[in-house]
Design a protein around this ligand. Sequence first.
Ligand SMILES: Cc1ncc(C[n+]2csc(CCOP(=O)(O)OP(=O)(O)O)c2C)c(N)n1
Length: 557
Amino acid sequence: MTPSENSHTTSRNDACSVGDLLAAFLETAGARTAFGVLSVHNMPLLDALARRNTLRYVCARGEAGAVNMADAYARTSGNFGVAYTSTGAGAGNACGALIEASTAGTPMLHITGQVELAYLDRNWGDVHEAKNQLGLLECVSKAAFRVWSADTALGVFREALRTALTAPTGPVSIEIPIDIQSAPLSQWPEDLSPLPVPRAEPSAAALDALADRLRSAKRPMLWLGGGARHAGDAARRLLDVGFGIVTSIQGRGVVDEDDPRSLGTFNLQPAVEAFYGTCDSIVVVGSRLRVPETARHTLKLPRPLIRIDADPRAQGRGYTEDMFLCADAALALEGLADRLAGRMDTDPAFHTELAAARRKAAGRLRENVAPYDQLCDALQTVAGHDFQWVRDVTISNGTWGNRLFRVPGPDKAAHAAGGGIGQCLSMAIGAAVGSPDRLTLALVGDGGLALNAAELPTAVQENTGLVLIVMNDKGYGILRNLSDAQFGGRRFYCDLHTPHFGKLAEAYGYRYHHVTSLNGLVQRLRGIVAERGPATMVEIDMDAIGPFAQPFSGPRI
Ligand SMILES: Cc1ncc(C[n+]2csc(CCOP(=O)(O)OP(=O)(O)O)c2C)c(N)n1
């Protein structure tokens, strides 16, 4: 709709409005970038943001894209994310992406409009009206707040940001009725600073008890999840004490994935499960022990199983633990390392056997994904050590992308943790905007790309330089495999009419490469990466290259 269709008029010159306050608060809190879709129901906010002109604003083409961008921006930049949407359909469009940000625990603010206070929740058919929008956002976000008046707005902004940044972190929605957005404050607050973020401090007694439990272990493991992303230093100290490490997919890169004392993300393969059988303890830190990463909690983990989590509700989830410590991951592991350094006598063969288990698991995966292991290796060679790896829910990610392909750090990888297809392109844009000097590689299937192809021009407009690798098998490959494995080969609804990717790329100003053979790929990819246009699309023609050696229909491959 056009602005003139809306009955409400905004006062654009008032520099002391809620919109100005929000822009000033975001700036004071350290925000540098925001993503969004302009709408009549957020114009006072975005007008204020633009007038203040201290944040970069990225025009997404859809609200799902804006939230995905802010999400991956936050995951890879270490800052919190900011996304603006409109009310009604705009906020609704954001919901799938908010579910993803909630699943991944991404700290971000989602700011959305609402109809005028006097018309709110009355079902009078106002433009962009939505039934119980706040309830909807409460369900998909970590929390949702409404701003009721100009003078109470700052308190809401501060509490929303504190909630987003407090472990377990997550997206928080703020709903601001359109008349409140432009309403003047009676007084401009002196202090706009954000609130301190509480960290769950472990007690000395709890750490002593934990150390006592582990001191005699000969083959102790650490399982690190997304909640331990900031605990890399402490985890490395424990490696030096004699621990072995494995990570969840969300915990990738917390310690160097090349470290021979780490299993990387080979966390549930048969060779690794056999190795777990030889371990005499495991400390699970900041991980949900997710259903797909534990074979529905049937994966046999070592005992005693000790869990450390900042969220007290993690206790007993999936596995009953032998000991639980509610604490921040870094504080707990530092405390543990202080108590165990020089006081453990672990099995000298432990790390060698761990490395052998990883080799075995990786070798099996390599055989199963052939010939695409060559693509994995070529990308790894060309990417070097400072790049970002953003992935969609495509077979290539579920197999080699999540495990064989190594990431350089916890803040250099992002994927759809909740398993929703189509979010990769937007996430890659957010990651690239946050780290413009770093190469951003994005891995997506043709089916997934179709969902958010609306954001193709955003990548070019923002000059992201991202390299989008499209695994084109002309349909939903994983669902074909599942149809074969579980539905007697009845491949219903799996085949898609896909675009001519070369023409699509050309239409949007992408550089385009069509890969029909894996021969000489390193050299070819080197050229592709070196040219770094505004954005590049590399279509991997899977019809021409051929199928995977082993059809993939589950994570144990
Ligand atoms: C939002 C959403 N819709 C539907 C699905 C179901 N789904 C899972 S994988 C998949 C197919 C993805 O196809 P593509 O991106 O081409 O990757 P491929 O399986 O071919 O590797 C679908 C539709 C989903 N996971 N998420």
